[in-house]
Design a protein around this ligand. Structure first.
Ligand SMILES: Nc1ncnc2c1ncn2[C@@H]1O[C@H](COP(=O)(O)OP(=O)(O)O)[C@@H](O)[C@H]1O
Ligand SMILES: [Mg+2]
Length: 234
């Protein structure tokens, strides 16, 4: 589904990604872990076609990133740190706007259904600017999946969420997983990574330091492997 070869990204004389090789199969749920500044968000941005690679190859669903960025873009649902929502608009207005951009059929119907799914029907028409971080993230989740993407890119999606919002987010992730979606999730939350992901990729200093299948939702294995790679503890 995703084939990344020798991916490099340079910016301001700094090499952020130093030759990433990564192959992800359809339906995999991959947790991307690593210290701050490792290049995790940059990697997701390259896939979301928001950042241009300096060199290397990226192919998604058979499309080449350089030749077919438009085709690739609609395969992805991207949930970054920032919500990408318009402050002065309501959840309904925001979601209808994004639904139309993606050419979703029945934008209003889809928007209303998603607001209901994320538990905010009561606030359907209130401006987003008055919302808490958790409420905004719920609408941002709805925005990311409005066009039923086949790949989800999530950048620290659990940060700052209450238990209710975590439950909603995890239900969205698990139901997309059940429907065969491919999921890449950057996280510092080992508990969520172990619960949701089948495979873990550790990024350190612009490179992949480890890449393994996580069996039995085993958080102890995850902790040990992470400490070994990132903190140099063996
Ligand atoms: N547009 C940019 N220009 C220059 N440096 C950048 C840019 N984007 C990110 N960086 C730098 O690249 C490194 C990796 O950033 P990032 O991918 O956000 O890391 P992570 O998500 O793993 O914390 C950081 O040192 C960051 O300061
Ligand atoms: Mg980041």
């Amino acid at each position: 589904m995703i084939e990344i070869k020798k991916l490099m990204k340079q910016a301001d004389n700094k090499t952020i990604l130093k030759g990433i090789d990564l192959s992800i199969k359809k339906g995999e749920t991959v947790g991307i872990l690593g210290p701050n500044g490792a290049g995790k968000s940059t990697l997701l941005k390259v896939l979301a076609t928001l950042v241009k690679p300096s060199s290397g190859e990226v192919a998604v669903g058979g499309y080449d990133l350089k030749k077919n960025p438009g085709e690739i873009k609609r395969l992805f649902g991207y949930l970054p740190h920032s919500s990408l929502l318009y402050d002065h608009y309501s959840p309904l207005e925001n979601l209808v706007f994004f639904a139309k951009i993606y050419g979703v059929k029945n934008p209003e119907e889809r928007a209303v259904q998603l607001v209901k799914e994320v538990g905010l029907s009561f606030f359907l028409n209130d401006p987003v600017k008055n919302f808490s971080r958790g409420m905004i993230q719920r609408i941002a989740i709805a925005r990311a999946i409005i066009h039923e993407p086949s790949i989800l890119l999530l950048d620290e999606p659990h940060t700052g969420l209450d238990q209710g919002a975590i439950g909603i987010l995890n239900n969205v992730i698990l139901s997309m997983k059940e429907n065969g979606a491919t999921i890449l999730m950057v996280t510092h939350d080992f508990k969520q990574a172990a619960e949701l992901c089948d495979r873990i990729v550790i990024v350190k200093n612009g490179k992949i330091a480890d890449d393994f299948i996580l069996r039995n939702r085993n958080i102890t294995t995850l902790n040990e492997k992470y400490s070994h790679q990132v903190e140099g503890v063996s």
